[in-house]
Design a protein around this ligand. Structure first.
Ligand code: FUB
Length: 422
């Protein structure tokens, strides 16, 4: 919520989840390419509970890559893998002298002793590779493969040094040849290799997949992992990761930049397989992943489910979307559910709500738990703008709960967040 992030590659290193995204920016006046993707550097983020994330700061800058055009703002979708206690960061960018036409991208490697850098870039890009969106798979025998895209999807074996190709690039002609295709991400599950990729089958990208018995295919097209975004964002770019026995899909959308789809933000949702190994389609949610602490602000506008009518979300500040959203209730009986709130072992004594109520003499906001017993009830007349109001909770409870908010009253009830108090 404090910078634009896109093309997320999620990886697990030493029990922690790391995300290596692209870093979309608006470039300084007169630099970069107006109305296009602009990225000057990379950050890495980590988490242990999927809710609290740490930004470890910048790990590589276009100015530090000896072979790159240091003014291209083209540090596109990256990947990172670990081998023999070293971390290899793969990234595409424009080569010096490539100009700003189509093409001109090479793929570089930067190496570090830790997942968070500093990453030291190699003097030259990987020989024999032209394109974007690198992805690396290390199979069970220890053989590493590099995948990338350039109109089509390519793959080749990597040498043990992880810096050079060990085989001639192969084009996966069995993948769609019509409609733009890019962003390969390959993973293995129960002996099956899943080749996943964004593809423009209609107007914008959707995430599709194919499977095979071998990392270099052939792959058989299986279906769609995620449909085109309802926001109209032209790109989607993803990765799939297993963390603590649950599969997740990391992807992006331009929800924090509704008027410019080249400033994107990472999202994540749980991913499930069918008995036969096929992937169940992932429907994007606002709620995302992880448990939210009951004792920190719970952004109910990132709901799991809501009534079709009588409640919607709006930005708190249209001019500064990083401030987030609010719920706006406009009809009595409207409901919003927020799953997986963690109370731990200690029951709260009260709940604080940040609300803005107008045009009402008798507004009621009631919070229920998963068994539909009332947790707290706030009755109030109109507020003086935004106010933080506390009410006692009505019974003792602990553990993980799904919460439901229901309102009644005739005016407009806006809710920013709720937070329980011990
Ligand atoms: O982020 C720039 C490019 O947009 C990526 O490399 C593509 O996969 C698409 O997401």
């Amino acid at each position: 919520m404090d910078q634009f992030t896109a093309d997320p590659t999620a990886r697990v290193f030493n029990g922690k989840l790391y995300v290596y995204p692209s870093h979309d920016i608006v470039p300084p006046e007169g630099e970069g390419r107006p109305e296009w993707f602009n990225m000057a550097d990379y950050h890495v983020f980590s988490t242990e509970n999927l809710t609290q994330w740490k930004d470890h700061g910048k790990i590589l800058d276009q100015k530090d890559v000896p072979w790159a055009d240091s003014e291209a703002y083209s540090m596109w979708a990256p990947d990172a893998v670990e081998r023999n206690d070293k971390y290899y960061f793969y990234f595409p960018t424009r080569t010096k002298g490539a100009g700003d036409g189509e093409g001109g991208f090479s793929i570089g490697v930067a190496v570090s002793n830790t997942p968070t850098g500093p990453f030291i870039p190699q003097r030259m890009p990987i020989e024999g590779v032209e394109g974007i969106d690198p992805n690396v798979l290390i199979d069970k025998t220890g053989q590493a493969y590099l995948y990338w895209s350039r109109g089509k999807i390519y793959g080749a074996k990597l040498k043990d040094n992880m810096l050079e190709l060990a085989s001639k690039p192969k084009v996966f002609t069995e993948l769609p040849q019509k409609g733009h295709i890019e962003g390969p991400f390959v993973f293995e599950r129960k002996g099956t290799y899943y080749m996943t990729y964004p593809h423009v089958a209609n107007q914008t990208e959707r995430l599709e997949y194919a499977t095979g018995d071998n990392p270099l295919g052939p792959f058989i097209h299986k279906g769609v992992i995620m449909d085109e975004s309802s926001s109209g964002t032209w790109t989607n770019h993803h990765s799939v990761v297993n963390y603590k026995d649950q599969w997740y899909l990391f992807y992006h959308d331009s929800e924090l930049s509704p008027d410019f789809d080249k400033n994107r933000s990472i999202r994540a949702d749980s991913l499930f397989f069918k008995e036969n190994g096929n992937i169940k389609k992932v429907i994007p949610t606002h709620r995302g992943i992880g448990k939210s602490s009951a004792f920190k602000q719970i952004q109910f506008d990132r709901y799991s489910e809501k009534s079709e009518e009588g409640v919607h979300i709006e930005y708190l500040d249209q001019k500064d979307t990083f401030k987030g959203w609010k719920l706006v209730f406009t009809q009595p009986g409207a409901k919003v559910r927020y799953n997986r709130v963690e109370f731990g072992k200690e029951s709260p004594k009260a709940v604080k709500l940040r609300v803005n109520v107008s045009g009402d003499e008798n507004a009621v906001i009631e919070i229920f738990d998963s068994s539909l017993s009332s947790v707290a009830k706030l009755q109030l007349d109109s507020t003086d703008g935004w106010e933080e109001i506390s009410v006692p909770v009505q019974h003792q409870f602990t553990g993980t709960k799904d919460l439901l908010i229901e309102v009644s009253g005739k005016g407009s009830i806006e809710l920013d967040w709720i937070e329980f108090v011990k």
